[in-house]
Design a protein around this ligand. Structure first.
Ligand code: C2E
Ligand code: MG
Ligand code: MG
Ligand code: MG
Length: 283
């Protein structure tokens, strides 16, 4: 079996040879019970200001650790969750957990300015999700402006009343970011109408930024677009100092990627980012 213990003690999931259909069905069955069995957890990836290294936010990234399968990557189970409708339950769980975590960090003396949470296109298909988001904010006590929801261009282009739903979210005061920007086919005319505050440059453009002239041109164009539309721009997948320097030189102030930090557990955030002077006094 291709299941070896990985670096952090997790076994990593690798599809077996029993055929795609069987495998899918098995995964789907397991997936349906995953929340009640406490197999889902969140990792958080810091977002930083490039020139100061200051923490500006984190992105919540869902993880599934199944006792038999090991750690299943989101690229494998999110599409399945979307097809089976389970994504609505999962998306709500992620949002609730992420907002609660912000309050826990706060109580522990760590101020994380902003929490970014990914939304799936399927979560928009049932109608406005603003009510669900508003309920979670009320229950957890997180201020709306400290939550940023990430949607991809395909969400915007493939949802019937995307503009209406996004306006509803904007109305409750949460921030909106376009994820993987540049990989979809959103029209710039449409972008102009959306109440978004942030563009996330897809990591495929960042990868070869200092060697591939096309990627370089695209990244620069997105930074300029953001600037002229008064949007903040954050680069995803920054792995090297050279990439960070390039971005800063071209006016991109924010970044997220392995160069700064891999996605980590909530408690690991405390060690690296708590300012000792901000710690609450314990006994
Ligand atoms: P995304 O939202 O674009 O998230 C960024 C992905 O890039 C994450 O992969 C992250 O671990 C990875 N990444 C970050 N920095 C680097 C880097 O420097 N180098 C490289 N090579 N990769 C980097 P992950 O966690 O596997 O998530 C993949 C995708 O799954 C996410 O892409 C997002 O679309 C989806 N996803 C994750 N969590 C959720 C969730 O809670 N809800 C929904 N709907 N989708 C989620
Ligand atoms: Mg994202
Ligand atoms: Mg992304
Ligand atoms: Mg991406």
């Amino acid at each position: 079996q291709a299941k070896a213990r990985g670096r952090n003690g997790y076994r990593f999931y690798a599809p077996s040879m029993t055929g795609e259909g069987v495998e899918r069905l098995r995964l789907e069955t397991f997936l349906r019970r995953s929340i009640e069995k406490n197999e889902m957890f969140l990792n958080y990836q810091p977002q930083v200001e490039i020139d100061t290294g200051r923490l500006v936010g984190v992105e919540a990234l869902v993880r599934w650790n199944h006792p038999e399968l090991g750690l299943v990557p989101p690229a494998r189970f999110i599409p399945l969750a979307e097809d089976s409708g389970f994504i609505n339950q999962l998306g709500k769980w992620v949002l609730d957990e992420a907002c609660r975590q912000m309050m826990r960090w706060q109580a522990q003396g760590l101020h994380v300015p902003k929490m970014a949470v990914n939304l799936s296109v399927k979560q928009f298909e049932r109608g406005s999700i603003a009510g669900m988001v508003a309920d979670i904010l009320t229950e957890t006590g997180l201020e709306p402006q400290r939550l940023q929801l990430e949607v991809t261009e395909s969400v915007i282009m493939n949802t019937g009343d995307a503009l209406g739903f996004i306006n509803d979210l904007h109305a409750i005061g949460v921030g909106l970011a376009i994820d993987d920007f540049g990989t979809g086919y959103s029209s710039l005319a449409y972008l102009k109408q959306l109440p978004v505050q942030t563009l996330k440059i897809d990591r495929s453009f960042i990868k070869d930024i200092s060697t591939d002239v096309n990627d370089e041109a695209i990244a620069i164009a997105i930074i300029q677009l953001g600037k002229s539309m008064q949007l903040s721009v954050i680069a995803e997948g920054v792995e090297t100092e050279e990439q960070a320097a390039f971005l800063l030189r071209h006016g991109c102030k924010l970044a997220q990627g392995y160069f700064y930090s891999r996605p980590v557990l909530a408690q690991d955030m405390l060690e690296r980012w708590t300012d000792p002077l901000d710690q609450p006094l314990t006994n």
